[in-house]
Design a protein around this ligand. Structure first.
Ligand code: GRG
Length: 303
């Protein structure tokens, strides 16, 4: 796949976009913060501002621009996705789930602020994210029915048919050998649904025509799976220092794309999915150098 973005363009693009996302997250926390009890503020802050690639909001903004959107307030809408992502990581690291000590190279939220506060602060982020999406869409002048669609996209992707449902399948599937169709289904929900919603929400906010939304949807679904395959390859091949967390798939006996196909074949599949995603985008009439570069980054990233 060729792209109009060089490696240094991509680095610069990601750094500029991350800064804008961090600013919007700061605004979101300031709005949601006054209603948060003082004892929870530390855990709330730690979970949301603890770094990360900020990929979901960056994809949402890129989709919005690809569909012709120009309002800078899109960042305030896009961070609703990051609030859901932040809560999912806070809860996923808890002792009753992955029991992780390290995330993004730092101690996990419950290791610093305790399990109770992390559980409650994470839970607060769920309605907080919906409110954030609704208010941001309102401030962008997006009509009421479309505002409801946007919150619906976020809720559906986070719920039983999406991220939470995928997490349940993951917990039930530990120590079981899953085949490729079961693994695809699990990851389409657990990781893919929120990534896909990132693209859809960007498109919907820009009032993209149906064929454009279909292109964003198919791009989102394919890069969502490619993202997970890349994650499995990194878990099998990178050190804890490189990853910023302890690799855990082999230790937990999890079925992964690497345990099913091996590192080489898994990598090839991820690259194939990326090309298919970019083709889908073009078929929907949305050639976007930013989204092409992001698709490439998703499989070439080092953490
Ligand atoms: C109560 C069953 C139940 C579920 C609660 C915990 C939870 C909800 C969901 C977990 C979902 C989960 C952990 C999905 C994994 C997503 C993933 C691949 C995370 C890593 O994403 P990156 O690489 O992280 O974008 P950064 O650090 O860059 O933000």
């Amino acid at each position: 796949m060729t792209s109009a973005f060089s490696a240094s363009d991509l680095k610069e693009f990601l750094s500029v976009e991350r800064e804008r996302v961090e600013d919007a997250l700061g605004r979101a926390l300031a709005q949601l913060g006054p209603k948060v009890p003082d004892q929870l503020r530390g855990a709330f802050q730690h979970g949301v501002t603890g770094g990360g690639k900020r990929l979901r909001p960056i994809l949402c903004v890129a989709a919005y621009r690809a569909a012709g959107g120009t309002d800078p307030a899109i960042y305030d809408l896009a961070v609703s996705l990051e609030l859901i992502h932040a809560y999912s990581l806070m809860h996923d690291d808890l002792p009753c789930m992955d029991d992780a000590d390290l995330r993004r190279g730092e101690p996990t939220t419950h290791r610093v602020h305790g399990e109770e506060r992390t559980t409650v602060a994470g839970t607060l982020l769920i309605p907080g994210a919906s409110l954030q999406a609704y208010r941001a869409a309102e401030s962008m002048g997006i009509p009421e029915p479309v505002r409801r669609d946007l919150v619906g996209e976020l809720s559906r992707a986070s719920g039983g048919g999406g991220m939470v449902g995928g997490q349940v399948l993951d917990l039930l599937g530990e120590e079981e050998e899953l085949g490729a169709p079961e693994l695809d289904d699990l990851h389409r929900r657990k990781t893919g649904a929120l990534l896909r919603a990132s693209l859809r929400m960007g498109g919907i906010a820009a009032d993209v025509p149906p064929e454009g939304l279909d292109g964003l949807d198919r791009y989102g679904a394919t890069i969502g799976l490619a993202f997970q395959i890349a994650d499995d390859v990194l878990d099998a091949t990178a050190s804890a220092e490189e990853l910023g967390k302890n690799p855990s798939d082999a230790e937990l006996g999890k079925s992964t794309y690497v345990s099913l196909f091996g590192v080489e074949e898994a990598g090839r599949k991820a690259r194939e999915l990326v090309s298919a995603g970019v083709d889908a985008l073009k078929a929907g009439g949305l050639a976007s150098p930013e989204l092409e570069a992001l698709a490439r980054y998703i499989v070439e990233r080092k953490r």
